[in-house]
Design a binder for this molecule. Structure first.
Ligand code: CAA
Length: 400
């Protein structure tokens, strides 16, 4: 068996299929990474502290991301998307997240939970009506699974979608919904037949102006404060039958499948947050002097940088591997869970370390690292907590 080189000279084995993979980035992938980096550094960075402080959604910036093709990155151009692979998407998520995780979570939900789900499982009519404007970034989408009493235990849906012949009558409450008040299209997971357990769950598309749909309270959060997180209320919302995604009862599997892909986006977000904190800590440690020399030349700081760089590189391997698994048609439930579990841990640990390297400056907003630390925490919680990722990973191991 011939080994192929990874960009940094290491090798990676897919233990399941026993295939060695090449991680060399193509010219196109590098160009996407560069474009996302430019946008993050030049457009997102100037107002990011203010948006975080004021809990202001980056509306204009998201519009521009849409115009540049970042809101429907993996969607076929025939449906208004950019037709890129998941690796390119992960690279863009990483660069945007180095600066603004509030913008990147909006991008992530739209790309992986909404657009990818519609393209993979939606009907042609649903694609024409919803996917095209979503992929072009003309409108934003939201994914509504979590409820006051169903977060990790996703089969315990209390929201109902009762079959009324030509439509579903949707009732219930969803919470922690990203893009809650800014979205125009909501994919809602709801119970049609409680007796049937997960096989009684459907995914339906709700439009923002459907009667009975109400945007509830906005959350006041620790991190990703520019992201628009709301409770949503459904009060006898009549949803036409043609808005159901997939066969009757497919809603839970639909949610699981799109979340597996979504976890690659969140893993890339965590990787970006860690990378952003590392870049700031590295620059600061070369500028700041103590005891007559740059702090980077003190071994205590140099070793911290070494640990950060090593862990970030390891997280990168897992994130790119999960993206490659998805691009190459391999199972990605396990690899996306591993990537998210590890990258979010690295993000949390090393944003704290980046603050430590900055000393007192790290504790104030101007130096950005305190925000990155606050933003890092959610990557261990949304789209499946770290504990849920361990359930997915351990079940996969035991099944094998
Ligand atoms: N793909 C396809 N099917 C899947 C699947 C997957 N990845 N995972 C499970 N399934 C199928 C199973 O095969 C099973 O089907 P059969 O009975 O036909 O065999 C069915 O779904 C039920 O699966 P489980 O028995 O494994 O279900 P479970 O109740 O034990 O739960 C779980 C599994 C992994 C814990 C799941 O509930 C889960 O992932 N929970 C976390 C939910 C989550 O991530 N919430 C985040 C909210 S969304 C969000 O954060 C978005 C945002 O705005 C940022």
């Amino acid at each position: 068996m011939k080994l192929k080189p990874y960009i940094c000279g290491t090798y990676f084995q897919n233990t399941k299929s026993n295939i060695y993979m090449e991680f060399e980035l193509s010219e196109e992938q590098l160009a996407v990474k560069e474009a996302a980096r430019d946008f993050a550094q030049n457009v997102l960075k100037p107002g990011v502290i203010e948006r975080d402080t004021e809990q202001r959604f980056p509306a204009e910036e998201i519009k521009q991301l849409g115009e540049l093709g970042f809101m429907g990155m993996m969607v076929d151009p025939k449906y208004g998307g950019s037709g890129m692979d998941t690796v390119s998407y992960a690279l863009a998520m990483e660069e945007i997240s180095k600066v603004d995780a509030s913008a990147s979570v909006c991008m992530s939900v739209n790309n992986s939970l909404v657009c990818w789900g519609l393209e993979k499982f939606g009907t042609e009519e649903q694609k024409q009506k919803y996917l095209v404007p979503l992929a072009k970034g003309e409108i934003i989408g939201a994914f509504c699974l979590s409820e006051p009493e169903a977060g990790s235990d996703a089969t315990s849906q209390r929201t109902t979608a009762i079959d009324r012949g030509d439509h579903y009558l949707v009732n219930g409450t969803k919470n922690w919904i990203t893009n809650g008040s800014t979205a125009s299209v909501y994919i809602v997971i709801a119970q049609t037949d409680a007796e049937a357990g997960h096989r009684g769950i459907n995914a339906v598309i709700v439009e923002r102006d459907m009667e009975g749909f109400i945007v509830g309270a906005k959350e006041d959060k620790l991190g990703i404060r520019g992201s628009d997180t709301h409770t949503l209320l459904f009060n006898d919302v009549k949803v036409p039958k043609e808005n159901r995604i997939g066969e009757d009862g497919f809603g839970f599997k639909f949610a699981m499948k799109v979340l597996s892909g979504g976890r690659i986006g969140i893993a890339a977000q965590a990787l970006g947050i860690a990378g952003g904190a590392f870049e700031l800590a590295l620059a600061y440690s070369k500028e700041r002097e103590t005891f007559g020399k740059q702090i980077a030349k003190h071994q205590v700081i140099a070793f911290k940088l070494a640990d950060m760089a090593t862990d970030i590189e390891a997280a990168k391997l897992l994130v790119y591997k999960a993206a490659l698994d998805k691009d190459n048609g391999r199972d990605f439930d396990q690899s996306s869970a591993m990537a998210k579990l590890y990258a979010s841990k690295v993000a949390m640990e090393h944003t704290v370390e980046a603050i430590q390297i900055h000393g007192g400056y790290g504790f104030v907003k101007e130096y950005h690292v305190e925000r990155l630390m606050r933003d890092a925490k959610i990557t261990q919680i949304y789209e499946g907590t770290s504990e849920i990722q361990k359930i997915v990973i351990s079940r996969g191991i035991l099944k094998d």
